[in-house]
Design a binder for this molecule. Structure first.
Ligand SMILES: NC(=O)C1=CN([C@@H]2O[C@H](COP(=O)(O)OP(=O)(O)OC[C@H]3O[C@@H](n4cnc5c(N)ncnc54)[C@H](O)[C@@H]3O)[C@@H](O)[C@H]2O)[C@@H](O)CC1
Ligand SMILES: Nc1ncnc2c1ncn2[C@@H]1O[C@H](COP(=O)(O)OP(=O)(O)O)[C@@H](O)[C@H]1O
Ligand SMILES: [K+]
Length: 452
């Protein structure tokens, strides 16, 4: 966004006009949400403060009782222009009285360090006393590019992102500092290599479809049959045509539609994976970590089919150096597995996921409350805001099965990862509170139906 703004200015767009648009966009959102309730706008020294002065002026013109409190002088040319156009008084932040509505225009993308304690305390107190609260561009105190909190940040009602979403709008903990996120158009196009995970467009099978053309999936199970069963069942409800669960010979645990095969010895498994019709092979959930599991993983890695690797497969791969996986694979590590696989990479969660994907030549779904999907070619999609009830055992197995199923359907690892993660979140939303992983699977057909 910084680059996009500089490019627009270099191309002749007047910088102050951008600020007027930003302030107007913020004013419009405040007006729609809070109407004529009394309002206090907190303005910082930079352009974020300038946006605040513009919004204050426009809201006052609409009849809102507005007061402005500033943190010292305005230090940029544009913010001085915006301040001069505000013809009301400017109170010191330290002594400003609370209001029903508050706008945080202290700092945006220019924040370089945490707020001084007295300023952070004042912001928290005034925000806590308001019934309606808004942060312009970003809540003051969050680090734009990483989503870290550099000082205490209160929770706002609405965060008004300007022009484009920045990493802090999607990455935790910053993403938990507001209830709602609105992105306002200010007439500057930002490059969208990094984007928020969008709802997928799915399609029904073509009339001539048959079970093999719709995608044949194999799931290599192991010691813990429950985990690979969950994954197989999720794959079966993902839209794929057929799912084979290759276990150690335990009785089948999933629905009867799952094809249960015994492939205990690694060479038995290898033989079963030789089927050229296999459009995706998943290994990891319930695989185990002993020598037999390692040999079974070797059979999977050598099978030449598109792979999804999760859980124990990632732990086994993480034993040395950069994981060697076939190109076109999808890896689904949670935080612990990610660090075991790729070490302590620098940068934000987005930077780390992108670097991991580049190093191993595979699509990486770096899971968590914020999940980042990165492809080796630099594409990144971020999903956050999914139900926190997903933090229950087995939901990762369901996701892995879904990725394998969508990979079998689409043949495109990045697209499959995006579709699967969205469906996972949607199934969780539909499942409500206190669900278990099995309940997610039951919600998948409805989640798919709403995207057809
Ligand atoms: N550049 C542009 O073209 C536009 C910028 N806009 C707004 O401008 C914002 C960015 O403006 P700026 O780059 O001026 O940055 P900010 O307004 O976020 O703050 C920068 C100023 O605060 C100081 N500062 C940083 N951290 C501090 C701390 N902890 N305590 C005290 N002072 C601190 C910096 O030294 C600098 O003087 C965006 O978030 C957005 O709201 C919009 O007006 C749209 C157009
Ligand atoms: N607090 C949370 N909010 C949203 N999603 C979460 C949260 N915690 C976990 N998840 C999601 O739930 C799944 C858990 O996967 P994982 O950790 O592998 O669990 P398991 O191994 O038990 O299946 C991942 O998709 C992750 O992104
Ligand atoms: K702000």
């Amino acid at each position: 966004m910084r680059r996009a703004e500089q490019a627009a200015i270099a191309a002749g767009v007047d910088e102050y006009r951008l600020m007027e648009r930003a302030g107007a966009a913020a004013a419009e959102i405040v007006w729609r949400a809070g109407g004529k309730r009394d309002l206090l706008v907190l303005c910082g020294p930079g352009n974020n403060g300038g946006d605040g002065f513009v919004a204050a002026r426009l809201l006052r013109a609409r009849g809102v009782p507005v007061r402005v409190a500033a943190l010292g002088e305005s230090r940029t040319e544009c913010s001085r222009t915006a301040r001069a156009a505000w013809d009301g008084p400017v109170e010191p932040l330290a002594t400003a009285a609370p209001a029903t509505q508050i706008v945080d225009a202290l700092f945006g993308t220019g924040l370089t360090r945490g707020l001084d304690k007295d300023v952070a305390d004042r912001l928290a107190a005034l925000t806590g006393q308001a019934s309606f609260s808004y942060a312009i561009d970003l809540p003051s105190g969050v680090e734009t590019d990483s989503g870290a909190l550099l000082s205490q940040v209160p929770r706002f009602g609405i965060c008004i992102a300007l022009g484009a979403l920045k990493p802090a709008h999607l990455l935790y903990p910053a993403a938990s500092c507001f209830d709602r996120l609105v992105c306002a158009d200010i007439g500057v196009d930002a490059p969208d290599k990094v984007h928020r995970l969008a709802a997928p467009v799915l399609s029904s099978p073509v009339p001539s479809a048959h079970k093999y053309s719709r995608g044949l999936v194999a799931v290599a199970g192991g010691d813990m049959a429950g985990a690979s069963s969950l994954a197989s069942h999720a794959a079966a409800r993902s839209g794929a045509g057929m799912v084979r669960h290759i276990g150690l010979g335990q009785p089948g645990r999933g629905p009867d539609a799952l094809v249960e095969l015994k492939g205990e010895a690694p060479d038995q498994l290898a033989a079963l994976l030789r089927d050229r019709r296999l459009a995706a092979v998943l290994a990891g959930p319930g695989l185990g970590r002993d020598d037999r599991a390692r040999a079974r993983l070797e059979a999977v890695l050598a099978c030449g089919r598109p792979l999804v690797l999760d859980a124990d497969a990632l732990t086994l791969l993480g034993d040395g150096g950069d994981p060697a996986v076939p190109a076109g694979s999808v890896l689904t590590p949670h935080e612990g597995e990610f660090v075991r696989l790729f070490g302590d990479l620098p940068g934000s969660k987005i930077d780390r996921a992108a670097e991991a994907a580049r190093r191993c030549g595979a699509v990486v779904i770096y899971k968590g409350a914020d999940s980042v999907i990165a492809a080796p070619d630099g594409r990144v999609a971020i999903a956050s805001g999914a139900s926190s009830w997903l933090s229950t055992a087995g939901t990762g197995d369901v996701l892995a099965g879904l990725v394998a199923g969508r990979l079998a359907v689409t043949g495109d690892p990045f697209r499959a990862a995006c579709e699967a993660l969205w469906l996972h979140g949607e199934a969780a939303r539909r499942a409500g509170p206190a669900f278990i992983a099995d309940d997610l699977i039951a919600r998948l057909p409805a989640a798919i139906a709403c995207r057809l």
